[in-house]
Design a protein. Structure first.
Length: 166
């Protein structure tokens, strides 16, 4: 049986220390929640401070940031961690999205499907990336497809983005 952990601490340094202790004890993945801290930032700190334990967002809010930014963040975290990153996304709840983040919380299942499709399209590459769904992906200029930023080899893209929500 594999044991995963959600390390906790008053500071990011304490979270990293707890992740190191879990790594030494043989834990499989250190998951970072997104409530009082940014899951990707804490995941980056854990990735930099450990060498073998998996690192994952558990769970990052899918609608508080764009799907494109989520895909790029996941790719960067996977590269930083040497391929140990796992992307965990969730919808959150209406109050959290609307009151805390100022993000509409309409049709969360359809929006999550769209987010996952966009993340997968970014991971797969291709130029330009176009997505038509309930929440079409638009360029910062306000229309049309976006172009995928230049990246290293596809091996830097997280395995979790390829497996997510099958």
């Amino acid at each position: 049986m594999r044991l995963d952990v959600q390390p906790w601490g008053a500071t990011i340094g304490e979270v990293v220390e707890a992740a190191r202790a879990a790594e030494s004890a043989g834990a499989g993945v250190a998951w970072t929640p997104e409530l009082h801290r940014s899951a990707p930032v804490v995941a980056a700190a854990i990735a930099a401070g450990t060498s073998t334990i998996g690192v994952g967002t558990g769970i990052a809010l899918a609608f508080a940031r764009s799907a494109m930014l989520t895909a790029l963040t996941a790719a960067d975290l996977d590269e930083l961690s040497g391929g140990r990153f796992r992307l965990g996304l969730g919808t959150g709840v209406s109050r959290l999205n609307q009151d805390w983040h100022g993000v509409e919380f309409a049709k969360p299942v359809a929006r999550m499907r769209d987010s996952v499709a966009i993340i997968r399209a970014v991971e797969a590459g291709g130029d330009p990336i176009v997505h038509e769904g309930s929440d079409p992906l638009r360029s910062a200029a306000g229309g049309g497809p976006i172009r995928r930023p230049a990246r290293g080899s596809r091996s830097t893209w997280p395995r979790s983005a390829r497996r997510c929500c099958a």
